[in-house]
Design a protein around this ligand. Structure first.
Ligand code: PMP
Length: 352
């Protein structure tokens, strides 16, 4: 840190991104193992706005296409540079020194980072002992409620009725549901935007639409909430999404069949991987995401993480008290998961 730095920040620590990708089976940052759709790539090549011009500020076509997917209007959609950016916008828009935020103690690691960056108070509510979220813990909070659904890194899902009850009991504050992984087995609550003007839903093209590197996120919310986020956007970086990504994003929405087919592939591979790991003695939480949270009865989480890495398989270990026995494993292709299983077999043999 230089002597000029004025901040007391503890930044988010992303999963490792090795320079030489060819040396690793990379199952540590929940990327989609499949490339974006060919049709989307062709669409982007044809429709990308000239790059000497700034990107389209309103991106109405893409917003309309995303709105139509859940029966809303373009005014109900905000676009962002990955969903991380819109989460940041939401903390900026809906929190202050007087109005804090609340989220689970085990969830997406960026929430407390944004809270500290924005200088707002926050509370982390412990998950139940089975690592699930207790909806009633989020009733009557009078502050920004942030819940990932399915949660990360557990993969556990709250049902639509649970979400509705949280909305009902927080009529005077914003409830932000982060649906980064919803396409892998959950039911989106975006339709509830029509009934609840305090609901904000965060979505991303990074996972189900195979576009992590293109950086495209979006929010669904009432026109008033989206307007607030636009105010923040125009106060930070109005041209926050680049022209190529806008075109690729629209191409991806137009080829919804491809997304649905790849999500099915990943769900199938997830089922296979869970079965194979359970056969090897692992306990695996039921996952509605493109990752699983698994622990071995005899091998500590950190040791398994290191042994896998030594064999060229990268997974994610969180050095946190209640989850230190676990590793979060992204679902890749069947071949990648077989490589993981082969490495696990070798580790289990040498541990004996
Ligand atoms: N929310 C959750 C729960 C996530 O795990 C991630 C991915 N790290 C994000 C949001 C942000 O993803 P992106 O910025 O790529 O849209």
């Amino acid at each position: 840190m230089s002597r000029y730095f004025t901040r007391d920040l503890r930044p988010y620590v992303p999963g490792e991104q090795p320079e030489d990708l060819s040396r690793f089976v990379k199952l540590n940052t929940n990327e989609n193992p499949y490339p974006p759709s060919e049709k989307a790539l062709a669409y982007a090549r044809e429709h990308c706005r000239a790059l000497n011009l700034y990107s389209d500020l309103s991106a109405r076509e893409l917003r309309a296409a995303l709105a139509a997917e859940v029966g809303l209007e373009p005014e109900n959609v905000l676009l962002s540079n990955g969903s991380d950016e819109l989460l940041y916008f939401a903390f900026l828009a809906f929190c202050s020194a007087q109005r804090g935020a609340v989220f689970p103690d085990i969830s997406y690691g960026f929430y407390p980072v944004f809270a500290r960056l924005c200088g707002i108070p926050y509370r982390e509510v412990p998950l139940r002992s089975d690592l699930s979220i207790a909806p009633e813990d989020y009733f009557d909070r009078h502050e920004l409620v942030v819940l990932a659904n399915p949660n990360a890194p557990t993969g556990l899902l709250l049902g639509p009725e649970d979400i509705r009850s949280i909305l009902e009991r927080n009529r005077d504050s914003v409830v932000l549901i982060d649906e980064a992984y919803i396409d892998f087995g959950g039911l989106s609550c975006a339709g509830l935007v029509r009934e609840y003007d305090n609901l904000l839903v965060a979505r991303t093209f990074s996972k189900s639409r195979s576009m992590a590197g293109a950086r495209l996120g979006y929010a669904y919310g009432s026109a008033a909430l989206i307007g607030d986020l636009e105010t923040v956007r125009y106060s930070v970086n109005p041209y926050n999404v680049n022209s190529y990504t806008l075109a690729l994003g629209l191409g991806a929405v137009l080829d919804g069949d491809y997304t649905r087919a790849r999500c099915r592939d990943i769900q199938e591979t997830r089922g296979y991987t869970i079965q194979m790991l359970e056969r090897r003695g692992f306990a695996v939480l039921p996952s509605a995401a493109n990752f699983i949270f698994a622990r071995h009865p005899d091998i500590p989480g950190a040791a398994l993480y290191a042994a896998l890495k030594a064999r060229g398989v990268l997974v994610r270990h969180f050095d946190k008290p209640r989850i230190t026995d676990y590793n979060r494993i992204t679902i890749g292709t069947r071949a990648q998961m077989d490589a993981l299983l082969a490495a696990v077999d070798e580790i289990v043999r040498t541990e004996r």
